[in-house]
Unconditional design. Structure first.
Length: 109
């Protein structure tokens, strides 16, 4: 699976769904991709996922199209995946306003 922090859900295609035994599916609402395109789905299912020494019951969306399986944000916490984001909101211990940051770092904005 490809880890995708921009995806709110984890997705697999029909062949992976078949490989894991075609667990029962529940219909879901519309799913949209990062470019706002509609992604057709067969439904969602709760599946058992093993990682390292842990086993987790997690929800996965089954799409109608074969594509790279996606590990989305909905699995991150259970699997112990975190994202470290460094934000610039203080310089020398002083909070900076939005306008101060814009003028100080114009190349970033």
């Amino acid at each position: 699976m490809t880890i995708d922090s921009g995806s709110s859900v984890s997705c697999i295609g029909p062949s992976v769904w078949s490989q894991i035994g075609k667990p029962a599916l529940t219909p879901i609402c519309r799913l949209k991709g990062n470019s706002n395109n509609v992604i057709k789905t067969l439904g969602s299912s709760s599946i058992w996922v093993r990682m390292n020494s842990g086993q987790f019951n997690l929800t996965v969306i089954v799409t109608t199209v074969e594509d790279q399986p996606i590990l989305g944000l909905n699995w991150f916490e259970a699997l112990g995946i975190s994202i470290c984001v460094k934000c610039l909101d203080r310089l020398n211990g002083e909070p900076k306003t939005h306008s101060e940051l814009l003028s100080t770092f114009p190349e970033v904005f």
